[in-house]
Design a protein around this ligand. Structure first.
Ligand code: PLP
Length: 410
């Protein structure tokens, strides 16, 4: 960064401002985390210079002997973490991991089944404007009256429509997903069963959320959310699917792999294999429970009745504030959050009646039960009185006191 200051002061100023924002704001976005300095060092290394189309030992470029080591370390470690038979660590992101699965097994017009975006699913699971929704015939499942995944309806729809691919996994669902049940349904209707574990991967690595690997044909993930690695994607699979998936990623979908990012994935996977990672993830889970309990005590409703993961959806209607306004006022009080639709949301998707809160980032900076409770109380303080500038000043000062005790990057 000292170099950037000399060569590009304009950009340096933006990076410095973002660094300060990350230090001084409490990060509550469920899909974000703080990668370790070792992960960032690998990502900033000379491996960015290397072309390595192909796979370890089978490249289309010379000089790949050292990047082969990096990629093989990433593959071996991620297989060990999740107990997978085979792994591809080249997807540039979570969306391209999912697209590679579609490319490997589907043709345009085929029927796929995924969780509806409005009820907690991801864009790439069949949303109308996404490639998955444009190219495939999408059948969605959602939640029942208790705001739990409606497994019975999912099973019925699967038998009626015979999808070629069934996707389990979500971006805004707080409870444990019954992957075994999905697997049985997929088997009964002859569908390939894919799990997108992007949100839960860190908890799964630590053994405190159900592992989909024994049940699914293919498991995709991002590496940058609860797993706390660099931005990127991975695909885990049974050996029988390895050839199809590998050729869907390259040459099907991508060109040269990002070897610096793959090296950073290897570093993150080593960190995830260390005993401290389990302790970290247990605190992520604990902090989420503390936040949910505290917000409930302060008069807010947690969708699905609580959380069994790192995240929760909060119904704001009792406070008479929309998700859009809550995101803005919490941001001005230095707590970063994203608005999120709640089930049967009366508001438009750009407005919403809810926010999503996650605890991976706060836990990385060292927040434990006490700080998680304090954070939830500060969120509630803002929501109780969102249009009072003096209230926001008081909360901002309390946030500053808290964040200064827990620097992210010392
Ligand atoms: N899958 C799920 C469940 C996600 O929540 C996300 C990101 O939010 C993705 C896939 C996409 O990941 P990326 O943003 O890396 O493409």
């Amino acid at each position: 960064q000292i170099l950037i200051e000399q060569t590009d002061p304009e950009l340096f100023t933006a990076i410095q401002a973002e660094n300060a924002r990350q230090e001084h704001h409490i990060e509550l976005i469920a899909s974000e985390n703080y990668a370790s300095p070792a992960v960032m060092a690998a990502q900033g290394s000379q491996l960015t210079n290397k072309y390595a189309e192909g796979y370890p030992g089978r490249r289309y470029y010379g000089g790949c002997e050292y990047v082969d080591v990096a990629e093989q370390l990433a593959i071996d470690r991620v297989k060990q973490i999740f107990g997978a038979e085979a792994a591809n660590v080249q997807p540039h992101c979570g969306a391209s991991a999912n697209e590679a699965v579609f490319l490997a097994f589907l043709k345009p017009g085929d029927t796929i089944m995924g969780m509806s975006l409005a009820e907690g699913g991801h864009l790439t699971h069949g949303m109308a404007l996404n490639m998955s929704g444009k190219w495939f015939n999408v059948v969605s499942y959602g939640l029942n009256a208790k705001e739990e995944i409606d497994y019975d309806a999912m099973e019925r729809k699967a038998h009626e429509t015979k999808p070629k691919l069934i996707i389990a996994g979500a971006s805004a669902y707080s409870l444990a997903i019954d992957f075994e049940r999905f697997a049985k349904v997929a088997k009964a209707v002859g569908a390939i069963f894919m799990v997108d574990m992007a949100h839960y991967a860190g908890l799964i690595a630590a053994g405190i959320y159900p592992n989909p690997v024994p049940h699914a044909d293919i498991v995709t993930s991002t590496t940058h959310k609860s797993l706390r690695g660099p931005r990127g994607g991975i695909i885990l699979m049974k050996s029988e699917f390895e050839k199809a998936i590998n050729s869907a990623i390259f040459p099907g979908l991508q060109g040269g792999p990002l070897m610096h990012v793959i090296a950073a994935k290897a570093v993150a996977f080593k960190e995830a294999l260390a005993p401290e990672f389990k302790v970290y993830q247990q605190q992520v889970l604990r902090n989420a429970q503390v936040v949910a309990e505290t917000l409930t005590q302060r008069g807010l409703r947690i969708v699905s009745g609580g959380t069994q993961s790192h995240l929760m959806l909060v119904d704001l209607r009792a406070k008479g504030i929309t998700g859009k306004e809550a995101e803005a006022v919490l941001g001005s009080a230095h707590m970063t959050i994203n608005k999120n639709a709640i089930p049967n949301d009366p508001e438009k998707p750009m407005v919403t009646s809810g926010v999503r809160i996650g605890t991976p980032a706060m836990t990385t900076r060292g927040f434990k039960d006490e700080e998680a409770r304090a954070t939830a109380n500060l969120v509630a303080d803002v929501l109780d009185n969102p249009r009072d500038a003096a209230n926001l000043d008081v909360v901002r000062a309390k946030v500053a006191a808290l964040t200064s005790r827990f620097p992210v990057y010392r």
